[in-house]
Design a protein around this ligand. Structure first.
Ligand code: KG4
Ligand code: ZN
Length: 350
């Protein structure tokens, strides 16, 4: 990353820590030299047998993993405390116990090293992940943020200037992938597994409802999909062919709804640039459909690379660096927010 979005200011280097859910991660970002290193440990295997994230297990595992990850990332980045200007960490939203492990470690390191600590909003991290790419999106743009916990359309005027245009009324897009995947007997997390299975399914075997599409506005609703899938498979033997056809239908319904509302938001705001981030942003069909639809109307779409769609600390470093450069850091009390409104964040002055 040439870090063109920051490089007019004094060079700053930051260590970042992410622990909001089931990924433990650390990164080092330098405003002049870009991303120096990032490491992620996924707890997926730990939670798989439970079919979802068990918060207490997540917290305990973060406690064990984070410090070695921080050590590794500093070695890989070729830096130590003397090369750092601050420590960023995910302060929320997320699982509060998991957040506290990262917050406590980051604040303790900052205290011991006499550096400022920056609590970062996890969704701001996702929103800014496309800035890690060699060709970052210009501002203003529209962001489609699709993760396991959130489905949002956000007008991004600048770093720190966000306007929520629409979100889901019930399940998030990633949750819809995960829950329907579970109904089909696929392992957790269901999104990638369902997407792989869908590639073998027939296009028109199932047409699941696309709620909210016929209504004005920019809201989503995905909770009906589970029931629709249950009805579709009720009384039938769950053969590999049937599962693949259902998976194809589910993926098409989710992707259609996301594309239609994203296009509507571009139309309503007059914006031409779309960014897509969050775990569901790794979905191949979603990426293809969005590129096709947005370029047809003369706009362009920016994605983070796949490893920066799902949870990682590099994106937390981007947000932390921007806020540190804007002089925003906090006293060393430890805070973590299980819920946190994105549009209440202070602006970052240009
Ligand atoms: O952003 P993320 O890593 O964590 C949250 O902050 O929620 O997103 C995780 C979500 C999960 O629901 C997972 O099933 C979904 O992203 N996901 C996918 C794909 N890869 C991850 N969904 C559909 N297709 C994929 N390829
Ligand atoms: Zn996330």
């Amino acid at each position: 990353m040439p870090a063109g979005w920051l490089c007019t200011l004094r060079a700053v280097r930051i260590l970042s820590i992410e622990s909001s859910c089931d990924e433990s991660a650390a990164a080092v970002l330098d405003s002049d030299r870009g991303l120096l290193a990032h490491v992620v440990f996924s707890q997926i295997e730990l939670h798989r047998i439970y079919g979802g994230v068990v918060p207490e297990l997540a917290s305990r595992d973060h406690v064990q993993r984070l410090l070695p990850l921080v050590r590794d990332v500093l070695v890989q980045a070729g830096t130590d405390r003397d090369g750092l200007d601050g420590v960023a960490y995910t302060a929320g939203p997320g699982l509060v116990g998991a957040l506290l492990t990262g917050a406590a470690l980051a604040r303790s390191l900052a205290f011991a090293w006499n550096l400022p600590a920056v609590g970062v909003h996890h969704l701001e991290g996702h929103l800014l992940a496309p800035l890690l790419e060699p060709h970052p999106p210009p501002f203003p743009h529209l962001a489609l943020l699709v993760s396991g916990g959130h489905t949002m359309l956000i007008e991004v005027r600048a770093i720190g200037a966000y306007r929520l245009l629409g979100q889901t009324r019930d399940d998030a897009a990633g949750e819809a992938f995960d829950k329907t995947a579970k109904l089909l007997g696929l392992p957790y997390p269901g999104g990638p597994a369902l997407s792989r299975l869908a590639a073998q399914g027939r296009e028109d075997a199932f047409h699941f409802p696309r709620p909210m599409l016929d209504r004005p506005g920019l809201e989503f609703s995905f909770s009906g999909l589970k029931t629709a899938v249950l009805h579709a498979v009720r009384g039938r033997e769950l053969t590999d062919e049937l599962r693949a056809d259902v998976a194809r239908g589910v993926e098409a319904a989710i992707v259609d709804a996301l594309c239609a509302k994203a296009l509507r938001a571009l139309e309503q705001t007059g914006l031409e640039i779309l960014t897509v981030s969050g775990g569901v942003g790794a979905n191949r069909r979603l990426r293809e459909e969005l590129v096709r639809a947005v370029s047809r109307r003369g706009g362009s779409v920016y994605f983070p690379r796949l490893e920066f769609c799902t949870d990682n600390a590099a994106m937390i470093a981007v947000a932390g660096l921007a806020r540190l450069q804007a002089g925003q850091h906090e006293p060393l009390s430890i805070r973590a927010h299980a819920r946190w409104a994105l549009d209440g964040l202070p602006p970052v002055a240009a």
